[in-house]
Design a protein around this ligand. Structure first.
Ligand code: GRF
Length: 205
């Protein structure tokens, strides 16, 4: 079976929703390992409680290059069967840009979720960017990771209306609820081999 590695940095609510959905909806993927780049990521405890193996590769004082750090991640992924042939890597609030070498090695096998309707508002504070821009709608995007920031082929998007008086906090909360549905759904589509990539587009079966 396909092996899943989830990379987190903090709260881990997307990770939690992914892990619970895999069980509940019988998605054909084995949640093999959760890796955090921060020792104190709250998601680590959640993963352990759900019976999933965890590892920490602290990035704070790491002096080497981005690729040297990513090689450490890859060796843990491979140890748990999350290989470029038989693995899927999900970035779930992983607050690091991954190296082009990592992207190349796991070509079309790394997925990310972003709290905006890409290509609008890539990068940090996407919900705040949408409010300040005056957008009427935002949402979330699940996409393959390529060597840019939030630029890879889009798998799924889910729309959220921006209400009068919304703050970053209120909008983020409604977007997050959509993220928790969209991410497991994208993983299901991947695991069931229903996603084809054609150039920068995906075709969903
Ligand atoms: C989410 O809003 C996700 O879209 C963004 O980082 C946040 C992570 O939240 N990439 P959580 O750790 O999954 O709760």
């Amino acid at each position: 079976m396909l092996n899943l590695g989830i990379l987190i940095s903090g709260r881990g609510s997307n990770m939690e929703s992914i892990l619970k959905s895999i069980k509940r909806k019988k998605i054909p993927i084995n949640p093999a390992i959760v890796i955090s780049n921060k020792q104190d990521a709250r998601g680590l405890e959640i993963a352990r409680k759900l019976g999933i193996k965890t590892e920490v590769i602290e990035s704070k004082d790491f002096k080497g290059s981005r690729w040297e750090y990513d090689k450490k991640i890859i060796s843990v992924l491979e140890k748990h069967g999350v290989t470029p042939k038989n693995g899927l890597v999900c970035l779930a609030g992983f607050m690091r840009i991954i190296s082009p070498e990592f992207v190349k090695k796991y070509k079309n096998r790394i997925i990310n979720i972003h709290p905006a309707l890409l290509p609008a508002f890539p990068g940090l504070d996407a919900q705040k960017q949408a409010i300040e821009y005056g957008s009427k709608y935002s949402g979330c995007t699940v996409h393959f990771v390529d060597s840019g920031v939030d630029t890879g082929p889009i798998i799924l998007q889910s729309v959220v209306k921006i209400k009068k008086g919304d703050t970053e906090k209120t909008l983020s909360k409604r977007i997050l609820a959509k993220e928790h549905q969209a991410y497991p759904e994208a993983i299901r589509l991947f695991a069931e081999k229903k996603i084809k990539i054609s150039g920068r587009k995906t075709i969903i079966d």
